[in-house]
Write a protein that binds this ligand. Structure first.
Ligand code: SAM
Length: 212
């Protein structure tokens, strides 16, 4: 990140309500103890999720890609009474950390953590959702969309993270599997007549999708 981008990020944080103490601790823990701490959503995007959950007021939310649990806690913190988040993480080494911080946040009762691949778990979940957040393996985004859309109720929303993939999506020389899959995902969503969508240049790109 350039100094100008860091200054802007600091300005955004300074002019938004601070993250809770538990989220601050989780971000710090993730930075010190995981190989790819940049995967964490972070303060501003986490706040945005809280706001969206308050706006949509979903009864059930689905998340693909728990990681250490930052976005899950943001989402769960804004859920109304009796509303539930199903969050799926394929890496079982992250389970203890996520559960520890879910407990610390006091939100464990609202969060169902499923360990395993979303590609296997999503088809088996016997629920429908008003909101889904896709943030797993970028190469699997097209598959996630095909699996998640039938589970989302009409009028419900899907949000997908990293759809700009650090700007690689517009670089014709980037032919790696991640970039190709993100481009395929963005195209399939935009041409799908069952949904409305807008791509927002927030952080690494957020695709907002509404099921018609
Ligand atoms: C970008 S991180 C998620 C960050 C998290 N949402 C947050 O804001 O802190 C992506 C996570 O998706 C997980 N993942 C990758 N493929 C998956 C799959 N098929 N099913 C479930 N989780 C998957 C990875 O292990 C990783 O922890």
């Amino acid at each position: 990140m350039s100094t100008k981008e860091q200054d802007l990020e600091a300005y955004l944080s300074a002019n938004s309500k601070p993250e809770s103490q538990v989220l601050y601790e989780l971000a710090r823990y993730t930075n010190l103890n995981t190989f790819n701490p940049r995967m964490v959503s972070g303060h501003i995007q986490g706040k945005l999720f809280e706001m969206i959950v308050h706006m949509v007021n979903p009864k059930r939310v689905l998340e693909i890609g728990t990681f250490t649990g930052y976005s899950a806690i943001c989402i769960a913190s804004a859920l109304s009474d009796n509303a539930i988040l199903d969050t799926i993480e394929v890496n079982d080494e992250l389970e203890d950390t996520a559960r520890t911080f879910f407990d610390k946040s006091g939100l464990s009762s609202k969060i169902n953590l499923h360990i395993g691949s979303a590609l296997e778990i999503v088809p088996k979940l016997p629920f429908t959702y008003q909101l889904a957040y896709i943030d797993g393996d970028k190469r699997e985004y097209p598959n996630y969309f095909n699996l998640v859309l039938p589970k989302v109720e009409p009028g419900g929303f899907i949000i997908a993270d990293n759809v700009l993939w650090n700007g690689k999506v517009t670089d014709k020389n980037c032919n790696d599997l991640h970039t190709k899959a993100i481009n395929e995902f963005n195209q399939m969503v935009t041409t799908d007549t069952r949904v409305d969508n807008v791509l927002l240049p927030i952080r690494d790109g957020l695709m907002l999708i509404r099921k018609l």
